[in-house]
Design a protein around this ligand. Structure first.
Ligand SMILES: Cc1ncc(COP(=O)(O)O)c(C=O)c1O
Length: 419
């Protein structure tokens, strides 16, 4: 590990308080020009005694703005203390978790997985435009049909077409022939530049795309096409790299250009903690030159953003360290296997990736009452829904699972009759 380690509570608090205290202090310093301040003290009590022992809440009250990207060029000096913690988060994710070379990636804490995915598509579109004078009509986003709908948002916002590739209904994987034919059709209709998105676990199934298959289909098209590959790890990024020993969806793989992670899912961070990562040399494609009042380059989609979010992610990662983090995830995957073993015994059909914590059950195998009672999430909120998912998060304990399975066994007879 380059950066990631487990810190004691004392060390952790010290680092955060030191970082916050290195930022501008609006109370003691004459800061006349910035449209920013601490949180309104009439509403948020900055003198509350518990804050002395609450580094994250303290950083909320001090309200640092991490506008811009802090892994490249200059940044706003007012918040340099806490920007350093954000840089560490980016390095932990890009280097320690996703096996990038030291200081070879850029990145920032985005509003969420959606923003990080949009940022990636924006970077790729502009790269094709700048490097090859591509027109929007020649560019297409290509991803599996199980991809998150942020790709469709990206298509709409960026004015480029999207190709949603069908997947096999059982494996949830794209098939070689289907993908090759769709890509060939796209080339015939004038597409030359592909912004590819592969999933490091899809939202509904937890399925993980086979990047090697995607690359070989793309390469079979020859030199007439260019492509860039983004990995959407918004769901799986904080779990899959720890539960699999041969992850091809990281920066060790030269085909991977950028990656989204999302700390507000599996890392249980506050909302507003998506993470965008890309290889150095790419993010400059989205430089907004008009952002003159921001010191340094604004290379992000979002603009102003809370520095407290970066601190929250930093604290979570440093509280666990890499080894406890792995164990935490293995426990979740183990609980998921308990569910799957029982489903197998009961002859209930489902999809599950063995290294993931999602179980997606064919809806005809599960009574509606149980779907409602246990808050299972349907694929679609319409009458023709085919799948319902269980996501084994931290609060989905062995005890809750036991009660669910007990109810499922009890209902099995009724289901068999109605099938
Ligand atoms: C795979 C994947 N990508 C992107 C997103 C979007 O993340 P957010 O809701 O944080 O914008 C999600 C959300 O569930 C997701 O599962």
């Amino acid at each position: 590990m380059n950066v990631w380690q487990k810190l004691s509570k004392k060390e952790l608090h010290q680092r955060v308080f030191d970082a916050v205290n290195s930022n501008v202090n609006y109370s003691d310093e004459a800061v006349l020009g910035v449209p920013a301040s601490y949180l309104d003290p009439k509403v948020f009590n900055a003198d509350a005694p518990f804050l002395d022992d609450a580094p994250y809440m303290t950083s909320m009250v001090k309200n640092p703005n991490h506008i811009g990207c802090h892994t490249i060029g200059e940044s706003e000096a007012y918040f340099s203390g806490t920007q350093e913690l954000e840089r560490e988060v980016i390095r932990i994710c890009a280097e320690d978790i996703l096996k990038g070379e030291k200081n070879a990636q850029d990145g920032y804490i985005a509003a969420g997985g959606t923003e990080a995915n949009l940022q990636a598509l924006w970077v790729f579109r502009n790269y094709f435009q700048k490097k090859f004078q591509a027109s929007n009509e020649e560019i297409a986003i290509v991803c599996s049909q199980d991809s998150h709908y942020s790709m469709n948002k990206g298509s709409n916002l960026l004015g480029v077409d999207i190709i949603n590739v069908p997947v096999n209904d059982d494996t949830r994987l794209v098939e070689e022939q289907v993908l090759t034919e769709l890509l060939q059709d796209a080339v015939v209709s004038g597409k030359r530049y592909f912004a590819i998105v592969v999933n490091m676990a899809t939202t509904m199934f937890g399925s993980v795309d086979e990047i090697d298959l995607w690359v070989s289909c793309l390469k079979s098209l020859g030199d007439k096409v260019q492509y860039k590959i983004h990995v959407d790890g918004a769901y799986g990024g904080f779990i899959y790299p720890f539960t699999t020993s041969n992850n091809a969806l990281n920066f060790k793989n030269p085909e991977v250009d950028s990656i989204t992670l999302d700390a507000h899912k599996m890392a249980q961070a506050p909302y507003g903690t998506g993470i965008f990562l890309c290889r150095k040399g790419l993010i400059e494609n989205v430089l907004t030159e008009e952002a003159q009042y921001v010191n340094g380059m604004d290379l992000t989609l979002i603009g102003s953003r809370s520095g407290a979010n970066a601190i929250a992610v930093w604290m979570i990662l440093m509280t666990y360290g890499p080894h406890d983090w792995k164990e935490k995830n293995e426990i979740l995957v183990g609980r998921t296997s308990i569910i799957c073993n029982k489903l197998d015994e009961l002859g209930i059909e489902y999809y599950r990736h063995p290294q993931m914590n999602i179980v997606t059950i064919r809806s005809e195998f599960i009574p509606k009452e149980l779907v409602t009672k246990y808050g299972l999430v349907p694929e679609t909120h319409t009458a023709n829904n085919r799948w319902c998912k269980i996501v084994v998060m931290d609060h989905v304990t062995a005890d809750v699972i036991h009660h669910f399975l007990k109810d499922l066994v009890a209902s099995k007879k009724t289901i068999s009759v109605s099938l």
